[in-house]
Design a binder for this molecule. Structure first.
Ligand SMILES: Nc1ncnc2c1ncn2[C@@H]1O[C@H](COP(=O)(O)OP(=O)(O)OP(=O)(O)O)[C@@H](O)[C@H]1O
Ligand SMILES: [Mg+2]
Length: 165
């Protein structure tokens, strides 16, 4: 034992944070209540990085968005969504494909039934088609279940068989 008190990590965090920002983040693109969005410094035309703001009323938008993409990426709904590429261990950073600005006239009039929060500012163009890029909306997917008047129960044994891999 040297007898020295180690410098606590948090003494370094501000500088490390600045270093990370300069190293990884490009221009600020916009943000809302929950996230600040930057272009990727390494591939600005291809990727954006969503940084979730720490908050007492955490909404976990990045985590939800990631899960929605993970579950729908191989379904026909995928073409309606901006693809997610990677998420950090605690969900604070989400990498998504960059979309181009969409003209008001190109925003779809008809959308998948579970979409919510699909106002004009949440749409962009990806690979020549309109996509929603803000879809941290698990409650949209839960809505059909919540609106059921009566709980539906099914056989657990059959369910287990159906989900066996
Ligand atoms: N995939 C993307 N490609 C290009 N720009 C994007 C993308 N995702 C987000 N942005 C930009 O970042 C802004 C904020 O993104 P987003 O709506 O996902 O964040 P948010 O915090 O959930 O916003 P809010 O709480 O206001 O709905 C958008 O308005 C847009 O300008
Ligand atoms: Mg938004």
């Amino acid at each position: 034992m040297s007898g020295r008190t180690p410098t606590p990590m948090y003494d370094f965090l501000r500088e490390v944070q600045e270093e990370f920002n300069g190293f990884m983040l490009g221009d600020y693109l916009g943000g809302g209540e929950h996230r600040a969005v930057y272009e990727s410094r390494w591939s600005p035309s291809e990727f954006i990085i969503k940084v979730e703001r720490p908050s007492d009323a955490a909404a976990f938008c990045n985590v939800v968005e990631w899960h929605v993409w993970d579950h729908l990426s191989e379904t026909p709904y995928a073409e309606w969504l901006a693809p997610c590429c990677s998420i950090s261990r605690q969900g604070s950073f989400l990498v998504q494909k960059r979309c181009e600005v969409i003209a008001e006239a190109d925003i779809p009039k008809v959308v998948p039934h579970f979409f919510v929060d699909c106002h004009a500012k949440n749409w962009g163009i990806y690979e020549d088609r309109p996509v929603l890029f803000d879809y941290g909306f698990l409650w949209g997917i839960m809505k059909p279940i919540k609106s059921e008047k009566k709980m539906r129960l099914v056989s657990r044994v059959n369910l287990d068989k159906a989900t066996e891999t």
